[in-house]
Design a protein around this ligand. Structure first.
Ligand code: ADP
Ligand code: ASP
Ligand code: MG
Length: 467
């Protein structure tokens, strides 16, 4: 059972989490994985960044805030003076560790990826003992464990990958005996370590992945990820308030949705389960009676069609318009080659909805200027000689990805959605539908995103509950 940042945000949330675990532990062996309290990882990274810039005062204020949030949760959760003292000592030790890491960065005026991993992982190391303590208060036996002891990774700091065989051995050696004694391990999400014990992290938002890695390593019956919404919804509810829960999905559908921007699942979450076929459920900590979403290798057998609309924001659209359709293949080749030489990832290469001779690429906003300039250099000569009509940059677009299974009628879906958006005066800049049956992506202006999603929902009836 993995609990995300909003599920362990304060003492009231942690109390709910402990109740949910207690209920599950009545019938099952449970291993818990926890994130840092919401916002704490950001604060720790901010402390590291400020250290690099030499802002000592800022660091003290940040660490004080982190300390205070954990101490006040501990006060509210734990009545026993002794137990509270133990937790307070632990919080103190970890804040000291953050402080000395910050000082080292400050002295060197350099924030390495390795130091960033060490400091950013402290949030999980602070929250795990609080959850374990809350379980003990409820009469359960529990132990907080750093995943640095369990998950063995390569040394790719900031996005490390696990070595599953080594991880499995460690989990068997350390966790199985605890489970046999009826002790509930509360393991830190997000962090891991190399074979030599150097701390690593699996990437931002990756505690979901920690959860599935642990589940696979222990060959669990099920992995459940507990969050602040009723499972996977047809869209991000912050953008579409009427979005409805999806009861069942396949691994592929859920993986696509995660890859295409649905924050509710880290993109690597399903990687760890692919071989084992272990079911994954997404549940709401604040409405534990609701079913949430169940993700199985094959999903529900019935449902073909669009299940959900994921969104990638912070994107820019670059259009390189050739002088004729005949020039388009060469323009495309040169565009891709130019961008391949830069540290720029192409998010999508949609077909322009306005002209056949245009090559379109969507890149992340922070790479937009450099990509645009590189293309202007590459095509400078062609622009001068009017072999190319123009290169334009739209700095603020969003990609809406329609995710589902067997979209054999994709042509019809595109037509319906295009007409619905047109009725709502939302312009579609580009459409990508890489192969028959696959997902469909639409590029719209960022400012039109909400109305575009509302139109998609209405047209494809995604708001209807229970699918
Ligand atoms: P946690 O801290 O529990 O890991 P996250 O904030 O990482 O939670 O993910 C949950 C959030 O993901 C939700 O609050 C919601 O705003 C967002 N989200 C984006 N797309 C979806 C979607 N399709 N279904 C559900 N939630 C989504
Ligand atoms: N705490 C980590 C982060 O904020 C991991 C997670 O919450 O999943 O990125
Ligand atoms: Mg998350």
């Amino acid at each position: 059972m993995k609990f995300g940042g909003s599920s362990v945000n304060d003492s009231a949330c942690i109390a709910k989490v402990a109740d949910i675990i207690k209920a599950a532990a009545a019938d099952n062996d449970v291993v818990v994985v926890v994130s840092a309290m919401r916002g704490v990882t950001d604060l720790l990274i901010e402390a590291a960044t400020q250290s690099e810039s030499g802002n000592q005062n800022c660091i003290a204020a940040i660490l004080q805030e982190v300390r205070q949030r954990h101490e006040s949760a501990a006060k509210a959760l734990i009545q026993s003076i002794d137990k509270r003292q133990t937790i307070f000592r632990k919080i103190h030790e970890l804040i000291q560790e953050a402080d000395s890491l910050s000082r080292e960065i400050l002295l060197q005026r350099k924030l390495t990826l390795r130091a960033r991993d060490s400091i950013s992982g402290l949030g999980e190391r602070l929250s795990a003992p609080l959850v374990a303590a809350a379980l003990e208060v409820r009469g359960l036996r529990s132990q907080a464990i750093d995943a640095t002891e369990l998950i063995v990774t390569d040394s790719c700091h900031g996005s490390a990958e696990p070595y599953m065989d080594l991880t499995r051995d460690r989990c068997e050696a350390l966790l199985r005996p605890l489970l046999m004694q009826g002790i509930i391990p509360v393991v830190t999400g997000f962090i891991a370590a190399t074979v030599d014990g150097v701390p690593t992290t699996l990437g931002r938002n990756s505690s979901d992945y920690s959860g599935t890695i642990m589940g696979a390593a222990l060959n669990a019956n099920e992995v459940s990820l507990w969050t602040d919404v009723d499972g996977i919804l047809t869209s991000d509810p912050r953008l579409v308030p009427s979005a409805s829960s999806i009861l069942e999905m396949s691994y592929d559908e859920a993986s696509d949705l995660a890859d295409l921007g649905a924050k509710v699942l880290h993109p690597k979450t399903l990687h760890a389960l692919m071989q084992s076929g272990i079911p994954l459920s997404i549940r709401n900590t604040f409405a534990a009676d609701r079913p949430g979403t169940k993700i199985t290798p094959g999903g529900s057998s019935d449902a073909a069609g669009v299940k959900a609309a994921a969104v990638i924001c912070d994107s820019a659209l670059i259009t390189v318009r050739a002088s004729s359709v005949l020039e388009t293949p060469d323009t495309l080749r040169r565009t891709l080659a130019t961008l391949a030489a830069l540290p720029v990832q192409i998010r999508l290469a949609p077909q322009s909805s306005s002209s056949k001779d245009a090559v379109c690429v969507v890149v992340s906003s922070n790479h937009a200027e450099s990509a645009f300039e590189a293309l202007r250099r590459e095509f400078a000569h062609d622009l001068e000689r009017e072999k190319l009509k123009h290169i334009t940059l739209n700095p603020s677009v969003a990609v809406i990805a329609l995710v589902g299974r067997n979209l054999r009628n994709a042509g019809e879906i595109v037509e319906r959605v295009t007409a619905a958006l047109y009725r709502d005066t939302v312009k579609i800049f580009g459409i990508a539908h890489p192969s028959p049956g696959s997902n469909i992506s639409l590029v719209v202006a960022q400012q039109d995103l909400k109305s575009a999603l509302a139109a998609v929902h209405r047209e494809l009836q995604l708001d209807e509950p229970v699918r």
